[in-house]
Design a protein around this ligand. Structure first.
Ligand SMILES: Cc1cc2nc3c(=O)[nH]c(=O)nc-3n(C[C@H](O)[C@H](O)[C@H](O)COP(=O)(O)OP(=O)(O)OC[C@H]3O[C@@H](n4cnc5c(N)ncnc54)[C@H](O)[C@@H]3O)c2cc1C
Ligand code: FES
Ligand code: FES
Length: 1354
């Protein structure tokens, strides 16, 4: 090829291929008309209409988009299969490769599931199903390379796949069944009969009395499943192999963007010289995010990954030369081979690289990303750069003009924030990773918010060469990431260290020097200034101890501070799900009480389940929001000129286009901001274009000018400014249940009193399917809205209000949601209204999908709370008085905040009988998005305060925590402070059974002993009880309707007022109908939830979905059964279909409506007088054991045991799934999920990159769930109880177990006073409460108002 300036088309024409060629699921795709910025995910979905691949975040952080890529290595010519995030992969990068999506595996239509799909569905491994195709594909890619993996291989393959619903247990078990011993290990039916039960000898089967309902210990077994046969898989397309596509160059130019994929270094260098500002795209894991969310220009991209020279690796004198066209996974595999081959002393750096790579991003990112991209990005929190610096790795750079040069990655390499010494025309081709010296000790450490798949808070690497005889230092080098705008090699602390001895003086000296060299100001970008400083010293301490141990220096025997205590015994996953089987003799057709698979289970695993996200209507336009860059201020101007000029843009709508009321959601929320803005990212207008990406790009071009005003962001600021919603506030006075006077506690009567404050942060819903809506205008001024909503009627009302239409002209519908958790209850109306306004203006169908980045900014979260409390015990240690002031952060509009506060104040008693309580709640009005419903709806916040108070009282007065709490628990018939009498109160039974199930006392004794011998790693175990009231707080919401049709072929169609969002509601409703009508579930179907079948629906929330709708369905079924009765009697030997047909012939209606209500008595919150508010309560207890690394703040959950009283379960599989999922969601709430907002109200946490929900690695390795047996509920449908929200609070058991571990560390350091642990118990909070000599070195933060913190304490 000639190196001269040519028009781009001429350059492109010189390439072997100028059209994209690749295979998808065995089918050849050829496309020359595609914008090279298009990602594979978008191409699969929009162009190929393969909707099984989902998009949950578009930034590589959730795994919903995972597909398998197969290609041929250009050097070894071997076929490789690997998983990849299709949302990060440019479609052009799959030139000459084969892509497999979930549709390529199995299908319900063809009645053939792949063994992965079969086992996952049998394991009840999906709830909402939106994450499921990604999990299936991650596992598939693993099996294609390794048909007999280990549990560790499975764990690694799933790094990068998140699930918000299931709690991971069933997914892991389904996939572990493919491991070498998987099927053998999975309990078989025989095991169950033999008592495979966590209760061991205490299992009821070993008791004398024969139970009338047998107890089972496992929900699924896989012994009947088909085995995996790798020979049955689709082969690599012969055409790609024979045509040697892996050696062919490819270029494509379209729409002003050009993609080059050269195959020779010469051509790569020529391109780089000719186009110095072109971006090299290796794995695209950095660039994709910049392209998507920062809208960087990319006229020309060069993919160097097919260049053979960049894929070489060889041994050189001083190390391994590693071509940087290799992915991180390939590099790790190659290094592992060298590690096995070489003397252990030479491979210390390699081992650190491999260890670090395990925690670098997720597997799918590592399969694509390169070291070159990591170094070129020069992120200060890169995980590898400290290793390169500390090991003096060498980088090989080539430019056409100046040839090759080698630079050492040292203190001069990173010149400024995200800048290196690399020149624009240079390509990084390789790195030399040095061999370690015979007396060198190398180690790297990282701490992130979440252990796996998370960027570092601080990351580090250390190298020391120490004479083993004299213990004198020959060199000491270390570097930290996360402590400066660049990765920083220590230059000051290490000065003069050569020749010194590796001893305690050195340690003490270095700790001081590190603190001086790596100090951070209080308001440092990124925040956590004290924690980050603590980590630098803690990491050095760990390293020092490691080296001292290697050198056998006496006094440092506590090597092992990095290894978990009793590591081997922690391996291996164990779980039980204990539930009562249906009674003997229950008819086969009656599905109630059976662990029936989720109605959509098989559709989830095959990717056939359709969400509103997948709606595809002819002539559909796409919308994107123009939002406020400020949290508070006046709109000066909005300039849309440039945006409208972008090809593909069709129009713009704002407040001037709203024909009805600008205020929706009961007059509180503006559809578009008009003159002023009240929160960051508030919608101002909407751009409509021919496709989603064009709409987003255009929206980014709209210029918005806001005259900013000071925002109120925190509860503290709102209280100071008296900025409240519902100025009257909420009250509960238990004394009003006994008389007419409020009685304040006479504190002077009691000796045992505690006072304190505690805070609890909010929580982002992180439902997998982001909010979306399609609005379709029809004739007669009708508007159809298909929205991802938990409340179709609320959507209908909001749209009708905004459009000024009567309600009967607006139909809102949804088939299923990819998760909701309360986040799609009231918020969706806003987006449905915006979409409908645009559709109404343009008279075209408009689809609007919120990117995760926007969804997290615009929609509210769980309410953060702050509590001030005072409590007293009488002489018998019984709760005599409690006074709590609750403050919630409601955001700019009240919306559901009142209901949330009501639930908080009615759950503040948790399970304890308090003689006198006075509770006060205030909702703070702030400039945040309106905070909203979230599973538990204020209950967990209220109960967190109570459990903190109980913990405080027990600690303060030296009481046994468990005995003290049991002493104060409710008994049957007791009355709560809010006036509800507790019938069928099973809390004490749950408590006893859970302590027994978890073997609490024995383990507590063992843990206490362990903590005495382990100085830096501590264990904690804690039991937490819960009680949750069932019913909506607002009376009118406690109603539901149903409409049932029976067709002449005997099939039954149910429409009812409930949405399926993963919680298995449709499945339970079908089971209920099967019992009521006496027909098998196969004859019953639920189609969708829609306002034109059942009117005036309450949102599917408050855990009452199956109670309310079950009653409505039962009511309709009873009517139909009555009509069918004479025909059954007339023809007793007939079948269901005969009776139905006879009815029809006799002109009897086979359609009926049903209606259901549940008990409710309103509370007078203005005065604080209680009432029998809820229908009944659900009880539960969890015991959790954790291990804490007190030096880093990291923790592991070792084991959790849960006993839940949910009455007679309608479906144990669904219910246990809800319990496990809620527990893990609660665990995330109380330990790692942190919403970060700047003091000016700008939201920072806007995706999985910086907001961490639990991953599969975080869940307990031993996880037992037991449904309390023999608890019937006379107020629930078929004696069942609700389950959706109640278990969530139990996740707090991890926080209190962590607190126990911290307490042990503090006691070792002479700190015996009570301390407060706010929620969440993040690594930062844990470490900073583990006060020791290191934390004492770090200066305290100055007075609150003397500096601007990075993050506001909302
Ligand atoms: C979900 C997710 C998790 C992540 N987790 C981590 C983590 O835990 N730790 C961490 O350190 N990073 C992490 N990252 C960041 C990123 O994955 C890494 O920096 C990765 O190594 C970048 O490599 P890439 O090949 O994808 O780069 P690309 O996005 O392809 O390119 C990045 C930059 O490097 C340049 N470039 C690429 N190749 C070359 C070359 N051969 N010569 C010169 N310049 C080149 C590009 O032009 C571009 O400017 C994460 C990213 C994501 C999306
Ligand atoms: S959508 Fe690709 S990882 Fe989330
Ligand atoms: S089933 Fe995993 S996110 Fe819903």
């Amino acid at each position: 090829m000639v190196a001269s300036k040519k028009p781009i088309e001429a350059e492109v024409s010189l390439y072997d291929f100028t059209e994209l060629v690749f295979y998808v699921n065995g089918k050849k795709i050829v496309d020359g008309g595609i914008d090279p910025r298009t990602t594979l995910a978008v191409y699969l979905r929009d162009k190929l209409k393969l909707f099984g691949t989902k998009i949950g975040c578009n930034e590589g952080g959730c795994g919903a988009c995972v597909v398998m890529i197969s290609d041929m290595d250009p050097v070894t010519e071997k076929i490789r299969h690997y998983s990849a995030n299709s949302c990060l992969t440019p479609v052009c990068a799959v030139f000459g490769k084969a892509v497999t999506t979930v549709e390529g595996l199995g299908s319900t239509v063809q009645k053939k599931l792949h063994p992965i799909q079969e086992r996952l569905s049998i394991a009840h491994g999906s709830q909402c199903g939106f994450c499921t195709p990604g999990f299936v594909m991650a596992m598939y890619a693993l099996l294609r390379t390794n048909p007999t993996p280990t549990e560790k291989d499975v764990d690694e393959a799933l790094q990068g796949n998140l699930c918000r619903c299931t709690g991971y247990r069933p997914i892991l078990e389904a996939f572990y069944s493919f491991t070498k011993n998987g099927l053998a290990k999975a309990p078989t039916k025989k095991d169950e009969m033999n008592g495979f039960c966590a209760l061991g000898e205490n299992c009821c089967k070993n008791q004398k009395a024969v139970p009338e309902r047998a107890e089972k210990a496992k929900l699924s077994t896989f012994d009947q499943c088909s085995t995996y046969d790798p020979t049955q898989e689709l082969i690599f397309p012969p055409e790609l192999k024979l045509g040697e596509y892996h050696k062919r160059s490819f270029a494509l130019t379209f729409g002003g963007v050009t993609w080059f994929q050269p195959t020779s270094l010469t051509e790569l260098l020529r391109l780089k010289r000719e186009h110095p500002h072109a971006r090299l795209i290796s794995g695209n894991s950095e660039l994709a995010v910049e392209l998507k969310f920062r809208f960087i220009e990319l006229p020309l991209a060069i993919n160097p990954k097919q260049v053979a020279e960049l894929r070489e690796h060889r041994v050189e004198e001083d190390g391994i030369y590693m071509g940087l066209g290799l992915s991180l996974t390939e590099m790790k595999d190659i290094l592992t081979e060298y590690i096995e081959e070489y003397d252990v002393k030479k491979t210390a750096v390699f081992r650190s690289v491999c260890a670090m790579l395990h925690y670098f991003a997720g597997k799918h990112v590592r399969n694509m990303a390169s070291v070159a991209g990591n170094i070129a990005t020069a992120s200060p929190i890169s995980d590898l750069n400290p290793i390169w610096m500390a090991s003096r790795a060498k980088l090989h750079l080539v430019s056409e003009e100046r040839g090759t040069r080698t630079v050492t990655i040292d203190e001069k390499f990173f010149v400024a924030y995200r800048r290196t010494v690399i020149q624009p025309d240079e390509v990084i081709i390789a790195i030399t990773i040095p061999f370690s010296g015979p007396t060198e000790h190398f180690r790297a450490y990282k701490q992130a918010q979440r252990r796996e798949d998370d960027i570092a808070i601080v990351t580090s690497a250390f190298s020391a060469d120490v004479d083993p005889d004299t213990k004198t230092i020959r060199h000491l080098r270390f570097a930290f990431g996360g402590m400066a705008p660049t990765t920083k090699l220590s230059t000051k602390a290490v000065t003069g260290v050569e020749g010194r001895k590796w001893n305690r003086e050195l340690l003490d000296d270095m700790i001081v020097k590190i603190q001086e060299e790596f100090s951070l100001p209080p308001g440092v970008p990124g925040g956590m200034s004290r924690y980050r400083q603590a980590l630098t010293m803690s990491f050095f301490f760990k390293y020092f101890t490691f080296v001292a141990h290697q050198l056998q220096i006496p006094g440092f025997e506590h090597f092992g501070i990095d290894e978990r205590i009793g590591e081997p015994q922690l391996e291996g996953y164990q779980s039980t799900q204990i539930y009562a089987d249906v009674p003997e003799g229950q008819p086969d057709h009656d599905a109630v009480g059976r662990p029936v698979m989720h109605q959509s289970g098989e559709k989830h695993v095959t990717g056939e389940a359709v969400y509103s996200f997948d709606v595809d209507v002819a002539n559909m336009l796409h919308a994107a929001l123009v939002t406020s860059p400020k949290a508070k201020g006046r709109i000066e101007y909005v300039d849309i000129t440039e945006a409208l000029e972008l090809p593909g843009v069709v129009g713009y709508a704002d407040h001037t286009d709203v024909p009805g009321s600008l205020l929706i959601s009961h007059g509180q929320v503006p559809v578009f901001a008009k003159d002023e803005v009240s929160y960051h990212c508030q919608p101002i207008g909407v751009i409509v274009a021919t496709d989603h990406e064009t709409a987003r790009r255009a929206a980014n071009l709209v210029k918005v000018s806001i005259i900013a005003e000071e925002a109120i962001v925190t509860i503290e600021q709102a209280v100071a400014a008296k900025s409240f919603h519902w100025p009257a506030g909420h009250r509960i006075h238990s004394s009003l249940l006994k008389g007419d006077k409020v009685i304040e506690t006479d504190w002077s009567k009691y000796d045992k009193i505690v006072k304190g404050e505690v805070k609890m942060g909010g929580q982002e819903h992180f439902y997998f399917e982001t909010i979306n809506c399609t609005a379709i205008p029809h004739e007669n001024q009708e508007m159809e809205v298909i929205a991802s909503t938990q409340g179709v009627s609320d959507c209908q009302i909001d749209v009708a209000t905004a459009l000024g239409f009567p309600m009967h002209k607006v139909v809102a519908r949804v088939r299923r949601l990819g998760g909701g958790f309360g986040g799609k209850e009231s918020c969706v109306g806003l987006f449905a209204s915006i979409t409908a306004v645009a559709a109404n203006k343009l008279r075209k169908p408009v689809k609007f999908v919120l990117e995760r980045f926007d969804d997290m900014a615009i929609t509210g979260t769980r309410h953060p709370f702050s509590f001030k409390y005072k409590a007293a015990l009488n002489n018998d240690n019984k709760l005599a008085g409690m006074e709590v002031h609750l403050f919630s952060n409601g955001g700019f509009a009240m919306e559901l905040s009142k209901g949330v506060m009501e639930r908080a104040v009615t759950h503040i008693d948790n399970v304890y009988n308090i003689e006198n309580s006075n509770i006060y709640g205030r909702i703070c009005k702030t400039n945040l998005a309106s905070n909203t419903a979230f599973r538990g709806f204020g209950g967990p916040q209220g109960m967190f305060a109570t459990e903190t108070i109980m913990n405080h009282l027990a600690e303060q007065f030296n009481l046994n925590l468990n005995d003290f709490r049991k002493l104060n628990m409710y008994n049957e018939g007791d009355c709560t402070p809010f006036g509800m009498h507790l019938n069928q109160c099973n809390i004490r039974r749950c408590w006893d059974e859970c302590l027994q199930l978890s073997d609490f006392d024995k383990r507590k004794t063992e843990i206490d002993a362990l903590n005495k011998s382990s100085r830096y790693r501590k264990r904690g175990i804690y039991a937490v009880p819960t009680k949750f009231g069932i019913g909506f707080g607002f009376k009118q919401l406690n109603q539901a309707g149903a409409l049932i049709h029976i067709y002449t072929d005997g099939t039954v169609l149910i429409s009812y007022a409930g949405c399926e969002m993963g919680q298995g509601l449709h499945t339970k409703i079908i089971q209920i109908a099967s019992r009521c009508l006496g027909v098998p579930i196969e004859l019953i179907h639920v189609h969708e939830t829609t306002t034109d079948k059942v009117p005036n629906q309450s949102p599917t929330a408050a855990s009452v979905g199956s109670d309310l709708n079950g009653l409505a369905v039962q009511d309709a079924c009873v009517k139909l059964s009555e009509r069918l009765k004479p025909y059954k009697e007339k023809n007793p030997d007939g079948k269901w279909k005969d009776w139905v047909y006879a009815c029809y012939v006799d002109r009897v209606s086979l359609s009926a409506t049903g209606f259901g209500i549940i008990h409710h008595e309103p509370i007078d919150y203005n005065n604080g007088r209680g009432a029998e508010l809820y229908g009944y309560c659900v009880y539960g207890v969890a015991v959790t054991e954790v291990e804490v690394d007190c030096l880093s703040g990291d923790h592991h959950v070792i084991r959790s045991d849960i006993v839940m009283d949910i009455g007679d379960s309608l479906n144990p599989a669904v219910d246990i799934g809800q319990i496990e999922g809620a527990f893990i969601q609660g665990y995330g709430l109380f330990t790692m999920e942190e919403i970060k907002i700047r003091p000016d109200g700008t939201r920072l946490t806007r995706g999985p990159g910086n907001y961490k929900i639990p991953s599969a690695d975080d869940v307990p390795r031993h996880f037992n769930v037991k449904l309390l047996k023999g608890s019937s509920n006379n107020r629930g449908i078929f004696s069942s109880k609700a389950v959706g929200e109640p278990p969530l609070f139990l996740g707090v058991s991890a926080l209190f177990a962590i607190k126990e571990a911290i307490k042990s560390y503090r006691e070792d350091h002479g700190l015996t006073e009570y301390f407060t642990l706010d929620s969440p118990a993040t690594a930062e909070r844990i470490r900073m409460l583990c006060e020791d000599k290191i934390t004492a070195k770090i200066p305290e933060l100055p007075e609150k108002h003397t500096f601007s913190p990075w993050i506001a304490d909302i």
